[in-house]
Design a binder for this molecule. Structure first.
Ligand SMILES: [Zn+2]
Length: 406
């Protein structure tokens, strides 16, 4: 038996009763086939409806042939012949209707304005995308920000005009072909066409089996987020209805926080951010210059110590990081007779330098690092060892001293 699709007769039906015609006890759950249902199965990029059947959460709805299947958790005591109540999660369904109809309107306007054909649709949790292929209008070969702005404005004007959204069904393709559709029909019979607005000047007109609000005004809002090039097409990220409003609320909150942080108003926020960036850049330049002065000083101090000719020279400079210490040690390698160790306590790291003749830094690290669970490596003149904790550094150096003793 075919399932009667109640959502086709009344898209606003939130509660209904249906008789169980068949129950399939599968391992993923109980699968119910009813004589009629208001649950929309997945289709046309629109997700299946959520809600309950006989109080059980509906986990999945799909269509196969002319039957609609509802999956609920397994182990129910329902039996064939039972008449049960179905309740739709109306918030979820209306959200789908708003978003899906928003996609219709936006696609219709892209088609009218620049001959853009919607070649792909995705309804995600965070946003929707359509892939627009510019193939019908030789004068329009690129979507500029100006065109996007115009399309967005026209799509919202179609919402404010509160146009009727009418679904028409046709037995054959010949009858349907008379309608001003933006896409060629792929079906030959049992065709459902959805038009937003009048047939003389529709905001959209296309074959579709999804659920739609009765007027365009219920879509509420359409907002384009961004555009990317995609396989020779233009991928448009956007949203509609309550989701577009949530996005606006979220972004408004963000701008509000930034305004407070920068003591700005939305009008001069960007100027204040740019001014702060300039200041940061100047501070970074000054810091770099001062670091170079300190590194040069410390290099000289280390060079003086190296003249003592010890087997192991250990130096520690507060405030210098690994990059600074590497810059400090590198030019000294020719002056090192044994081994130079530079401590970077904040990184639990020791940097080694040598002239590569008396001591091989890399070999030394490979032989000793693992004793204190250290890791590291390097070559003959420069190597590093990273120890689990800064406290390990001094014990490790004691060990090294013994290791180097002739
Ligand atoms: Zn549709």
């Amino acid at each position: 038996m075919n399932t009667i699709k109640l959502y086709q007769k009344d898209v606003y039906l939130k509660k209904f009763h249906g008789q169980i015609e068949q129950i399939l006890r599968e391992k993923e759950g109980d699968i119910l086939i009813l004589d009629q249902t208001a649950f929309f199965p997945e289709g046309g990029g629109q997700p299946w409806d959520r809600g309950t059947l006989a109080g059980f959460a509906v986990e999945k709805v799909w269509e196969d042939g002319d039957q609609i299947f509802h999956q609920i958790p397994g182990g129910s005591e329902l039996k064939e012949g039972d008449v049960i109540e179905g309740v739709l999660d109306w918030t979820a369904r209306f959200r789908n209707m708003q978003r899906h109809c928003g996609e219709h309107i936006l696609s219709g306007i892209f088609y009218q304005e620049c001959g853009g054909v919607n070649r792909g649709f995705h309804m995600g949790e965070e946003y929707m995308t359509i892939d627009i292929s510019l193939e019908e209008d030789p004068d329009c070969t690129i979507l500029t920000p100006e065109i996007l702005q115009k399309v967005e404005a026209l799509a919202n004007q179609a919402i404010w005009a509160n146009l009727p959204v009418i679904t028409r069904t046709f037995e054959s393709r010949e009858e349907a072909d008379a309608l001003p559709m933006r896409k060629q029909l792929a079906l030959e019979e049992d065709i459902t066409i959805v038009c937003v607005g009048s047939l003389e000047n529709p905001a959209d007109c296309v074959a579709c089996c999804g659920t739609h609000p009765s007027t365009s005004g219920q879509v509420g809002l359409i907002k384009i987020y961004k555009m990317e090039n995609y396989k020779g097409m233009f991928r448009i990220y956007f949203d509609a209805g309550a989701d577009a409003l949530s996005d606006y609320q979220h972004k408004h909150q963000l701008v509000d926080q930034l305004n407070k942080r920068y003591s700005a108003s939305t009008g001069d926020l960007m100027d204040k951010i740019l001014a702060q960036e300039e200041k940061n850049k100047a501070v970074r330049t000054r810091l770099h210059q001062l670091r170079q002065v300190v590194i040069r000083e410390k290099t000289e101090e280390t060079a003086t110590r190296l003249r003592d000719g010890h087997t192991l020279t250990v130096m520690e400079f507060e405030g210098l990081d690994l990059e600074d210490l590497t810059q400090l040690g590198r030019p000294l390698t020719d002056e090192i007779h044994g081994l130079l160790a530079l401590i970077c306590r904040e990184a639990s790291t020791l940097l080694f330098f040598s002239n590569g003749k008396k001591a091989d830094c890399g070999k030394l690290v490979r032989e000793t690092a693992s004793i204190y669970n250290g890791k590291g490596g390097g070559n003959a003149t420069h190597a590093r060892v990273i120890l689990p904790k800064p406290e390990n550094i001094d014990i490790y150096l004691d060990l090294l001293e013994k290791h180097l003793r002739p």
